[in-house]
Design a protein around this ligand. Structure first.
Ligand code: ATP
Length: 645
């Protein structure tokens, strides 16, 4: 229905069949997507655009479709290659000024009023009189220039970036400047999450096949094919999160056979499976009653996906929770691991936790110790804090993906193909005990040994298959903190700062935090946090956050009544614990889910910086609403509190 509703929208403009994809068609689509709040309509609009691109692509030439999809998700490469946009505001203001002849002060004043530099750029461009109509921009041209910008480094790179942006802006017409600037800032803000882009891509591929087949399918058949296509695409992408692999295969083999041709390979790190929090052992038993499950130590370190595409030929590589290559951060792991790989192991992908380990006492050390290690260009001989890798899953072995084997089978393969090297490599300690007393005893043992608690996992049947990128009910986390009644921690983005008082006037003394709503693509303020920081910690936060200061709040931050002294680019993620959640007249988190008002944290406490998480990975409003409801239930009768600053 949504597709037929957008059928007559003219995205194409004057775009002819044999011409490259015009940037105007893409940005027109963006503007239509931004203008509707209906999710299905957003997806349908993107589908219509991608269908046009697919119809103009061939089996051998997937570049145009790849670049178009990358611009839709505002990326230039797969995550694990890590080429990133995110150009600072002052540089963009400079380029807008150079390209339009408007002064920096006027642009800044407009920005303060509009809160969206994209809009300011578009208005500045459109009010400019031009003598000659510029040559139309193409997706290919914009993409390659964005890539040049992202890749340029060194001392003259700022000037080079400004000059490329100025050149691009000079050629912008209609909506182009708005989305170009937003792309450069790192956020499109059209309310189209990557999930919907995957669905739109699948739908476009199905519609292309439908047209090829002479549009003879019944509405029911088409509907079923669209659904099947979207499911295929989501399954494929979660195993192989690389458009560089999936898009050529889509054009070559079609959506129906995509699964056959795109499987987990050690060359592309996959997004890890995540767990749901549980508050009590009773809840674990309710969920897993009558099924076989296992409890493992929940180690307090950093998630590490370790792979080797060929154990004899290639050193192992280590990837983070976010698919960033951490091999340079953990050269010691890269050196240690070959010793624990048995001869029968030719290629593999392990899921594991890297944990700080004291070799003199053979004891685990907390995450705080691990976080003292340098992040980049670490040299093995300089390492003070040693790391032991605790493997808990095997996802790929000797050319075969194992995701659809049971955990019981995967674990057996893991034990058979790797060897323990004390202090360097071990298997996650586990117990298959099933009574409350057994779980309680194992939980206490895990805490005594320096772990955060337990991970409880389904062991058999298809419920124990590995589910990449899913927060699954088949993995439950049972942290000691939950049992003390505090609940799970939240990962929140620092969006604003308040100047310190007294001794603290040279640093920020308090911070404004926000959660992230990935369907609306917006940050929602949740609390001010300002107690419990030492002078030293405040100083280091200042050094990280000062360069992220902005002249005004970014348009995708839903502020409510908060009034910080400065605003930041939303980039830094902190893990925070709270004593209590309450409805708030000031903050906006989860507004509309429980109440018109938002939810706020009372007495928030800073735990640690989460530099393994992007701002988009911050806790979402649904989870916050869920925490609020649980708390209301626990308090008996859903009593709602007021206040909240
Ligand atoms: P999430 O990953 O669920 O968003 P998070 O990153 O804050 O949350 P936790 O809530 O602490 O992490 O729980 C999951 C994490 O626990 C995993 O990502 C992994 O790094 C770690 N972990 C430690 N031991 C295990 C284990 N035995 N099995 C799975 N994960 C483990």
């Amino acid at each position: 229905a949504a597709l037929s509703k957008v059928k007559d929208v003219d995205i194409k403009g004057g775009w002819k069949v044999d011409e490259p994809v015009p940037y105007a068609a893409l940005t027109k689509t963006f503007s239509l997507i931004e203008a509707t709040t209906k999710r299905l309509e957003k997806t349908a609009l993107l589908t219509s655009f991608l269908l046009l691109v697919i119809q103009r692509s061939s089996k051998k030439d997937s570049k145009a479709l790849l670049q178009a999809v990358y611009l839709c998700i505002n990326r230039l490469s797969p995550d694990y290659i890590g080429i990133e946009l995110g150009i600072g505001e002052s540089l963009l203001i400079k380029a807008i000024s150079e390209s339009t002849g408007r002064s920096l002060a006027t642009i800044k004043a407009d920005l303060k009023k509009e809160g969206d530099l994209g809009l300011v750029a578009m208005n500045s461009k459109n009010s400019q009189k031009t003598l000659f109509k510029p040559k139309p921009l193409t997706v290919a041209f914009v993409f390659s220039n964005l890539l040049d910008i992202a890749l340029s480094s060194g001392h003259s790179s700022q000037a080079k970036k400004v000059s490329i942006i100025t050149k691009l802006l000079a050629a912008c017409q209609n909506f182009e400047a708005k989305y170009l600037i937003r792309s450069l800032e790192g956020k499109l803000r059209i309310g189209n999450a990557e999930r919907s882009v995957l669905v739109a891509l699948a739908h476009a591929a199905v519609l292309a096949e439908h047209e090829k087949a002479g549009k003879k399918w019944s509405t029911e058949k088409l509907g079923a094919k669209l659904e099947e296509g979207a499911n295929n695409m989501k399954a494929v992408y979660s195993e192989l999160p690389s458009y560089e692999k999936v898009i050529p295969a889509l054009l070559e083999y079609g959506i129906n056979d995509l699964r056959e041709h795109c499987k987990l390979t050690p060359g592309v790190p996959l997004k890890p499976m995540l767990a749901k929090p549980t508050k009590a052992i009773g809840e674990v038993l309710d969920r897993f009653e009558g099924k076989r499950f296992t409890c493992e130590y929940k180690y307090d370190g950093e998630r590490a996906q370790v792979r080797s595409t060929s154990c004899l030929m290639e050193p192992v590589a280590v990837f983070s929770r976010n698919s960033e290559d951490m091999s340079k951060k953990y050269p010691d792991l890269v050196e240690q691991l070959p010793k624990c790989i048995k001869d029968s192991t030719k290629s593999f992908v392990l899921d594991a936790e890297a944990v700080a380990f004291d070799r003199s006492t053979s004891k685990l050390m907390p995450f705080q110790e691990l976080s003292k290690r340098k992040r980049k260009d670490v040299k093995v001989e300089d390492i003070q804090i040693r790391v032991c890798l605790f493997a808990f899953d095997l996802l790929y072995l000797n050319g075969e993906p194992l995701l659809h084997k049971t955990l019981h089978e995967r674990r057996k393969l893991l034990l058979d193909h790797f060897t323990v090297v004390p202090g360097e490599f071990d298997f996650a300690k586990s117990s298959d005990g099933e009574t409350v007393d057994e779980i309680q005893a194992f939980l206490e043992e895990s805490v005594k040994d320096g772990c955060e608690g337990l991970m409880v996992k389904m062991l058999e049947t298809d419920a124990s298959f590995y589910e990449p990128s899913r927060r699954s009910v088949n993995w439950l986390k049972l942290k000691k903190d939950y049992l003390a009644g505090v609940g799970d921690s939240l990962d929140l983005v620092v969006v604003g700062g308040y100047y310190g008082k007294g001794k603290r006037t040279n640093v920020y003394g308090a911070f404004l935090l926000a959660c992230y709503d990935d369907s609306a693509e917006e940050y929602q303020t949740i609390c001010k946090i300002g107690t419990g920081f030492s002078e030293e910690v405040l100083q280091s936060h200042y050094e990280v956050l000062k360069p992220l200061e902005r002249a005004s709040v970014r348009g995708d931050v839903k502020v409510g009544g908060a009034k910080p002294d400065v605003w930041f680019e939303p980039q830094v993620v902190w893990e925070v614990l709270t004593a209590d959640l309450s409805l708030s007249p000031i903050y906006m988190a989860a507004n509309g889910l429980i109440d018109e008002r938002g939810i706020s944290l009372r007495f928030p406490r800073f735990i640690r910086i989460r530099d393994d998480k992007n701002a988009d990975d911050a806790t979402g409003p649904e989870q916050i609403a869920e925490m609020y409801e649980r708390q209301a239930l626990a308090a008996g009768g859903g009593k709602k509190k007021k206040g909240g600053d």
